[in-house]
Design a protein around this ligand. Structure first.
Ligand SMILES: CC(C)(COP(=O)(O)OP(=O)(O)O)[C@@H](O)C(=O)NCCC(N)=O
Length: 458
């Protein structure tokens, strides 16, 4: 018979044992965990939100109990240390949400960890879609993230190299999960795990056969400045003999596959782990860098050129000379800003030698500013830049016409960026970025940024 959410929650979320009984009470029956999982899986999307609201609100922390104990801690401050520690430990215990015990028991059931990863994905979706503003949901997210971070800590993850000999289902998953440069066919994926390539994934015993985060690496002579050269169709015939051709490791794609593990920093750990692995295999390997897309650059620029922007030409986005070249090249009937906006929206400009040459300096300056200067809450606005800067990488080199695919031109005017991992500097760079929002950047980037600032009135 259909049971109400309240009935299910009352039955499956065991009350927190009293402080005295905290280590003496038997764990709730496994059937509670199984029933909870089964019921939740059967809910519709909006019912899940309702259910999670109730769970986090009515089965969380006993706030009254906490405030009473907080008062007691204040009272006993002058007492002997043993008493103080005792009362503090009571307070600490009272801050444990009631549902935490259930979550931790679910992790011991078959498929329980995967269930909790997916549960957190739902919670993150509810929070990011602002479907619920309840602070209790945020607390539930925090508790889940805390548990998952322990279970998915680096020591418990397995590093797996994916090769052409890996099981089909893994190769198929790797192809499906590829979020940066879509895999077109078998030849394509064969190339990406073939000679002068490495593909690594983290897996976890609780989710066998499921790559949690996937990193694709190209082993090259120099740091790549073009993605087509890396993901082009045909496979090189030569096997991987000529190690003298391998001086650089270029990370050209990384994708996490479990939304519920967001914030657990798996991608960062995978990059660091793969660097160590490759140093072991190629002791003379000296250069480590990404070749990253710049999603959002074109849209950002279009926004600046929009008709509603009164500055238009005046914003100093281009020099007078550059505006004139745009007008000549397009025979601009309306304002040059509209002409440029239309040009960039089309994308065919990249095949016009004259236009590409005319636009290169401006687009490179603007792109450098977009990556280095545009912020969201003080951190880099561009999510890929933010990811690599958090890892401690240096914003190292902008590459013109690095991705001439339609996606590349439409998304970032064909420009790509290398975030360089100077191994001795990553931890200091990461700390500086996270604490003071300082962006580690090369002279090329800083030069382009100062050129932008000279012209711009933004
Ligand atoms: C870039 C990725 C791998 C970072 O994941 P991760 O290291 O787990 O970071 P976080 O989500 O724990 O902060 C992730 O955000 C992702 O898959 N992004 C989409 C594809 C991409 N590379 O931008």
């Amino acid at each position: 018979p259909f049971k109400t959410m309240e009935e299910i929650l009352k039955r499956t979320v065991a009350p927190l044992p009293t402080y005295e009984m905290r280590d003496k009470s038997p764990p709730p029956p496994e059937s509670s965990s199984v029933e909870f999982m089964h019921f939740y899986k059967g809910l519709e999307k909006e019912e899940k939100m309702d259910f999670l609201d109730k769970l986090s609100q009515d089965f969380g922390v006993d706030h009254k109990g906490v405030s009473e104990l907080a008062g007691k801690v204040a009272e006993t401050q002058l007492r002997d240390l043993a008493t103080v520690l005792q009362v503090e430990d009571r307070l600490r215990y009272s801050l444990t949400p009631r549902y935490r015990q259930l979550l931790s028991h679910i992790s011991r059931v078959e498929g329980g960890v995967k269930f909790l990863v997916d549960l957190r994905a739902d919670v993150i979706e509810i929070i990011s879609s602002k479907a619920s503003e309840s602070p209790h949901i945020r607390d539930l997210n925090g508790t889940l993230k805390g548990l998952l971070s322990e279970w998915f800590s680096v020591g418990l993850l397995r590093l797996e190299r994916i090769t052409w000999q890996s099981p089909c289902e893994i190769l198929q998953k790797i192809s499906q999960y590829e979020a940066v440069h879509p895999v077109r066919n078998w030849t394509d994926i064969k190339r990406r795990v073939g000679p002068y390539r490495r593909c690594y994934a983290f897996t976890h015993a609780s989710m066998p056969g499921e790559p949690l985060v996937v990193l694709h690496v190209a082993l090259t002579e120099d740091i790549s400045n073009n993605i087509q050269a890396i993901v082009r169709e045909f496979a090189t015939l030569d096997s991987e003999e000529d190690v003298n051709k391998i001086n650089s490791a270029v990370f050209y794609s990384i994708s996490s596959t479990q939304a519920g593990l967001q914030g657990v920093e798996l991608g960062n750990y995978l990059i660091k782990r793969v660097v160590r692995k490759l140093q072991g295999e190629f002791p003379h390997l000296s250069q480590f860098s990404s070749l990253s897309p710049i999603p959002g650059f074109c849209a950002w620029l279009q926004g600046l050129l929009g008709p509603q922007r009164k500055e238009g030409r005046g914003a100093g986005l281009l020099t007078e000379q550059e505006w004139r070249e745009v007008e000549e090249a397009t025979g601009a009937r309306d304002t040059a800003a509209d002409a440029l906006r239309r040009l960039l929206a089309g994308g065919e400009w990249v095949r016009s030698e004259r236009l590409a040459r005319a636009l290169e300096p401006a687009l490179m300056r603007l792109c450098a500013w977009y990556l280095y200067g545009e912020k969201r809450r003080g951190y880099a606005l561009n999510p890929v830049a933010n990811f690599h800067l958090q890892n401690g990488a240096t914003m190292w080199r902008l590459n013109w016409q690095a991705d001439t695919s339609p996606r590349g031109v439409a998304g970032s005017c064909g420009v790509m960026v290398n975030y360089r991992y100077f191994l001795q500097e990553t931890s200091a760079n990461s700390a500086a970025y996270l604490q003071t929002k300082a962006v580690a950047a090369s002279d090329q980037i800083l030069g382009l940024v100062s050129q932008f600032q000279k012209n711009s009135k933004l």
